[in-house]
Write a protein that binds this ligand. Sequence first.
Ligand SMILES: NC(=O)c1ccc[n+]([C@@H]2O[C@H](COP(=O)([O-])OP(=O)(O)OC[C@H]3O[C@@H](n4cnc5c(N)ncnc54)[C@H](O)[C@@H]3O)[C@@H](O)[C@H]2O)c1
Ligand SMILES: CC(C)CCC[C@@H](C)[C@H]1CC[C@H]2[C@@H]3[C@H](O)C=C4C[C@@H](O)CC[C@]4(C)[C@H]3CC[C@]12C
Length: 422
Amino acid sequence: MLTVAASRNRSAPWPPALSLRASGQQTLLRVTGDWGRWQLATQVNQGLFPQLDMAGSEQAQKLVYLVTGGCGFLGEHVVRMLLQHEPRLRELRVFDLHLGPWLEELKTGPVQVTAIQGDVTQAHEVAAAVAGAHVVIHTAGLVDVFGRTSPETIHKVNVQGTQNVIEACVQTGTRFLVYTSSMEVVGPNIKGHPFYRGNEDTPYEAVHKHPYPCSKALAEQLVLEANGRKVCGGLPLVTCALRPTGIYGEGHQIMRDFYRQGLRMGGRLFRAIPASVEHGRVYVGNVAWMHVLVARELERRAALMGGQVYFCYDHSPYKSYEDFNMEFLGPCGLQLLGTRPLLPYWLLVLLAALNALLQWLLRPRLLSAPMLNPYTLAVANTTFTVSTDKAQRHFGYKPLFSWEESRTRTILWVQTTEGSAR
Ligand SMILES: NC(=O)c1ccc[n+]([C@@H]2O[C@H](COP(=O)([O-])OP(=O)(O)OC[C@H]3O[C@@H](n4cnc5c(N)ncnc54)[C@H](O)[C@@H]3O)[C@@H](O)[C@H]2O)c1
Ligand SMILES: CC(C)CCC[C@@H](C)[C@H]1CC[C@H]2[C@@H]3[C@H](O)C=C4C[C@@H](O)CC[C@]4(C)[C@H]3CC[C@]12C
């Protein structure tokens, strides 16, 4: 018999903990949450759902994986996905500048989870973490399009950090490197050219000025050029890069910010971008799943996949940035007002420029950075969507989560994490 139990405790009254039990004995599925996080802690790591293990549980647990940035928005999903779907794992190293407390709960399963507090800009720390790993999934990065961090720091973390990861692989003999790149490596470009449902081979003039896309483009290039380099022991390094579009899902900070902003404005948001501008989005669970599959298949299909780039995609609908957000914020009680932008575009451009000027004048004293600046406006206002099947052709990727599931999970997350804020 299956029972579902909900519990609330005084110190963390929301969200409630839900558990699914078989015959009143063993907990099969536990959904917990705390004030800042939505956590889905399945017991797959403890061997209760062997049928979910996609790679066949008969294989010995022998592999060591390292996930850099493993405590970030995407990184946490990659870590949890690996524990669920990579039965050959013996040890999972989670490397991050800031370690999350949720890592503790993962340490009780059969896979050794090793938390490593470290900085990718420190070559010796990276080399120590990489030594002995079979696969490195490099998601660590500084994601800043709001001008909170200096261009030098963004370059140091995203480019020098990636170079350190590559050199560590070469020095220590690690052969498989998966890099989390970004759609921003391609575009939108500074000329505002649309990229309409393009694929990895669609010609596009990729010209950047902003430090974030520049750094991601350089880092991706380093990773791809490193493919085939001889690592310690003489075998070739196999690398590839995944390019997510705008990721959404449980833990997405910007979605949370929009929700809070809507609540502050009495449940209303005002349309700023025309509904006809399509912005590519992909569910975090599917992006994580792509990382797991690439990491698994890179050895067997090295000749095909080495040095390749793959957009991350799923069945999320093509919509404008704001209309897409409303798929989640609508069911949470927010309304997007206007079928057309409230302000004329020239005024938005002016406001964005004013924000940038103020930020420049007040630096380094300005602690919070506005969402609207010339760069974010250009990205939100330029069509950029992908339509491709390259990942399916090369390594059999199919989205693990349907659009309905991705949507439901995201709505639940917004409701639970922000329930207390109302
Ligand atoms: N969020 C998106 O929409 C999106 C889209 C495309 C690509 N990406 C890429 O995905 C990756 C993860 O992004 P995210 O959205 O999860 O961002 P995030 O900020 O949530 O995660 C990044 C993680 O990297 C860690 N990190 C930062 N600097 C570090 C350093 N010097 N040393 C070690 N760790 C460090 C952070 O502590 C954080 O945990 C990034 O490389 C980003 O460029 C993100
Ligand atoms: C004009 C305002 C009303 C809206 C501003 C929205 C803006 C903050 C959003 C729009 C598009 C977003 C980016 C996009 O989803 C893709 C990426 C790629 C990824 O590598 C990093 C994040 C980033 C740049 C998103 C940042 C937030 C953006 C610009």
